[in-house]
Structures are given as structure tokens and as C-alpha cells.
Design a protein around this ligand. Structure first.
Ligand code: MG
Ligand code: MG
Length: 273
């Protein structure tokens, strides 16, 4: 049975979400190029806000929640996993920074995140990033019409577990997205016993976002009420995309190529254009 609380998008609305998604994807590529030793997270935030606004978008993170999030990106460095607040911190060689970005175009949201290494990082950190990004794509690739949200969770979790002893955050999850940034359903990164989640149908849009650590899955929130850090101080990675299910397959709205290349590698039908 169709869950009536879920927002199902028309093809026209998915097109608008693609515009928001592309703006987010392009902004993240801009930041990937700008993130280097000596650059502050506040400078990256200013670049992002500028790029979003100059292309007709509105930064969705700015003023979000309580206390109102004070920036247009989340910049989470090293043991910070997600929701880090940009500021005067200058990146140094050996850092890893997770950058999360959201934008609204004509009322429709896009949400995506990347983790970037600054200079040389140990091989295990490069592998952590690869595992997390592969888990994201495996999750997206597991989304099939008539399947379940738990198919995504299972693919994310299995991909991470098969690659080694990593921590997968369970207190923070992916989500439905559309006319708001965070909507039903939750998209957990691990399978929860007895929870299959709603059925996947055409017009559904989801953000998948594995958060993976080199240590445990336990986290704390800093006194700023936002920054989520690993309790054991281990490094973390976070990758996210927003995708929609269309009659033809999967359309990764925040990927510059719509996900075409990675989906082809997974043997998953591309549902974009
Ligand atoms: Mg995000
Ligand atoms: Mg998200």
C-alpha cells in the first residue's frame, strides 16, 4: 500500500529538483577545488553562499533548526562527522573535511555531501573515503521500484562491513527530500530488525548519506549544539546524494552526470535525461 504521508513528485517537480541538485553538485565541485591547506572553513562557506545565490538558489542550511544554523555549508574536519560550523579554522595538510551543502531552487531542495583530503593522508583514510562513497552508490543502486527503503540500508551497511571494521553512525540517517529538506521516510545506514520502511515508488526522492568512521559508531554533540564528533576521536567520512525514482530508473539529482557513470558500473538503469 502506498504510504500517504510520503511526498510523491510529478515529473515537472523532479525537473525542478534537478536544478536544485545540480546547483548543489556544482557548488560542491567548486569547494572541492578550493579546499586546500591555509583556506579556512569560513572561506569555503562564503564561496558556497555566493555560488548558490548568484545562480538563483537559496542556501537551505542557513538559519535551519535551533539554534539556527549560522552558515550555508556544514564543514566537518577530521573527528567531526557532520554538522560542523564553518569559521576561522584553517585547513592543514593531512586533514579530511566533509562538506555538506543544500540549496533551494523555486521551492525544491537538493542536499549532498563530499569528503575531501587535504594534501597527503594515510592510506587507511583514503580507503575510508572510498568505502563511504562506494556505500553511498551501492545504496542508491539498490533502490528499485517496488523495493523497500531497507534495501538501500542493507546495501550501504553490507558494503561498509565487507570492507573492514568501520563504525557506521546510526543516530543520523538519510531522509526523504523535496519541498522540504528533511521529510519522511528515514533512510538508515544500517538494517533495523523488523523495519523494512516504505515501498519505493515513482516520484519518490531520497537523500542517502552514509557516515562512517575509522573507529566506533558513538558520537557526541559539541557545546555549539551542532557539531557531531566521534566519541573515540576517530576520523570520519560522509558522502551524500539526492536521487529520484523515475519510471526509467534512478536519477541522481546532485551528481553532475545524474549518476549515469556510477549507475552503469552497478548495472542499474539510469532514470534521468
Ligand atoms: Mg546533507
Ligand atoms: Mg541530508
Amino acid at each position: 500500500m502506498l504510504d500517504r504521508t510520503l511526498e510523491i513528485k510529478t515529473p515537472e517537480q523532479v525537473e525542478l529538483m534537478r536544478r536544485a541538485g545540480l546547483l548543489v553538485g556544482e557548488t560542491l565541485e567548486l569547494l572541492r577545488g578550493a579546499a586546500r591547506a591555509g583556506v579556512t572553513t569560513g572561506e569555503l562557506d562564503a564561496l558556497a553562499e555566493d555560488n548558490i545565490r548568484s545562480h538563483g538558489g537559496v542556501p537551505s542550511f542557513l538559519g535551519y533548526g535551533y539554534p539556527p544554523f549560522p552558515a550555508s555549508i556544514c564543514a566537518s574536519v577530521n573527528a567531526e562527522v557532520v554538522h560542523g560550523i564553518p569559521g576561522a579554522r584553517a585547513l592543514v595538510d593531512g586533514d579530511v573535511i566533509s562538506i555538506d551543502c543544500g540549496a533551494i531552487v523555486e521551492g525544491w531542495h537538493g542536499d549532498a555531501a563530499i569528503t575531501v583530503a587535504i594534501g597527503e593522508v594515510p592510506a587507511e583514510v583514503t580507503e575510508l573515503m572510498a568505502v563511504t562513497e562506494d556505500a553511498l552508490w551501492a545504496g542508491i543502486g539498490a533502490a528499485r521500484l517496488k523495493g523497500r527503503v531497507s534495501d538501500i540500508s542493507r546495501a550501504v551497511e553490507t558494503t561498509v562491513r565487507e570492507r573492514g571494521s568501520y563504525g557506521i553512525l546510526e543516530d543520523y540517517v538519510g531522509h526523504g527530500i523535496g519541498s522540504q529538506m528533511h521529510m519522511d521516510p528515514n533512510v538508515p545506514n544500517v538494517v533495523r530488525r523488523g523495519e523494512r520502511g516504505p515501498r519505493l515508488v515513482t516520484g519518490m526522492a531520497l537523500a542517502v548519506e552514509p557516515m562512517v568512521t575509522l573507529g566506533g559508531a558513538e558520537t557526541d554533540v559539541l557545546a555549539d549544539d551542532w557539531t557531531v564528533v566521534t566519541s573515540d576521536g576517530s576520523l570520519a567520512a560522509h558522502f551524500e546524494h539526492t536521487f529520484a525514482l523515475t519510471p526509467d530508473g534512478v536519477w541522481v539529482l546532485t551528481a553532475l552526470d545524474g549518476g549515469q557513470e556510477r549507475l552503469a558500473g552497478l548495472g542499474v538503469p539510469f532514470g534521468g535525461r
